[in-house]
Design a protein around this ligand. Structure first.
Ligand code: NAD
Length: 270
């Protein structure tokens, strides 16, 4: 297990126990990190508070990234507790589910702007504020993306466009903040059954099964798979890694077409 003792991390994106951000928070706490976590609204607060308390997190703050000033207020609150942050996880995304079905061409102006604001710009705004807490010894900023940024995935629509912009932001932020020792990376995770994914994307079960059946490892990914890679980025093991989009997808990103399983005999190497 990676050792994060002595590190302080801010985690955004926990909605419930299925959230990728929760899997990452839990494992970071097990690895010795001290955490602050956020919740989006009062409904989710009721779920996030007991989870946070189960891993010994005392400071839990509200942050709705769609509200102007919310990220700034969050960092004011964090500043009352910590003067430095070692890592930040951005596990936040949203789009109107009525537009995560059918055709991308039907995307409305309002939902386009809202999706990009919440799912992409919020990471840049986080980086802007986090840099003040990382200026002395650097730090690590991590966001969560998906293959729909690179290739067309049915019904992923405007979220794919937002993830493409998010991945580009990772590169620009890495370039801006690298000179002061701040690393910026993304995990591109395979599909996992969460509130946002299973509840939001039409045909999610099909996407999940297709990936499980055709990824080189012939399985999907788990919260723990994502958390394992996140810990690498939070730790000094990735000290010279920045600007990367790291696939955690059982290898699905290398696949060009539907898998054909070879008979066992063809696997024998002599
Ligand atoms: P989730 O529903 O558990 O988490 C999404 C989080 O976004 C929630 O905690 C929600 O409160 C937060 N959020 C939405 N709007 C917000 C706002 N205005 N202000 C603050 N927070 C807001 O789902 P998840 O799948 O764990 O999603 C986490 C991240 O992982 C997202 O960026 C998602 O796109 C990404 N991702 C998920 C999958 C997957 O299959 N589950 C795959 C690749 C990437």
């Amino acid at each position: 297990m990676v050792n994060l003792s002595g590190k302080k991390g801010l985690i955004l994106g926990i909605a419930n126990k299925d959230s990728l951000a929760w899997g990452i928070a839990e494992k970071a706490a097990q690895a010795g990190a001290e955490l602050i976590v956020t919740y989006q609204n009062d409904v989710l607060k009721k779920r996030v508070l007991p989870l946070a308390s189960s891993i010994g997190v005392e400071n839990v703050f509200p942050c709705d990234v769609s509200q102007e000033g919310s990220i700034c207020t969050l960092f004011e609150q964090v500043g009352k507790v910590w003067s430095e942050i070692d890592f930040v996880l951005h596990g936040v995304a949203f789009s109107d589910k009525s537009e995560l079905k059918g055709l991308y061409v039907n995307t409305s102006r309002n939902n386009f702007l809202n999706t990009l604001l919440i799912s992409c710009y919020s990471f840049t705004e986080l980086a802007f504020h986090a840099q003040n807490f990382m200026k002395d010894k650097g730090g690590s900023l991590l966001t969560l993306s998906y293959y729909g940024a690179e290739k067309v995935i049915p019904h992923y629509n405007v979220m794919g466009v937002a993830k493409a912009a998010l991945e580009s932001s990772v590169r620009y932020l890495a370039s801006d903040l690298g000179p002061v020792g701040i690393r910026v990376n993304a995990l591109s995770c395979g599909p996992v059954r969460t509130l946002a994914a299973a509840g939001g994307i039409d045909g999610f079960n099909y996407i999940l099964k297709w990936t499980q059946d055709n990824a080189p490892l012939r399985r999907g990914i788990t919260q723990e798979d994502a958390a394992n890679s996140a810990l690498y980025y939070f730790s000094d093991l990735s000290s010279a890694v920045t600007g990367s989009i790291h696939p955690v997808d059982s290898g699905y990103h290398v696949v060009g077409m539907k898998a054909v399983d070879a008979p066992d005999l063809e696997r024998v190497v002599v």
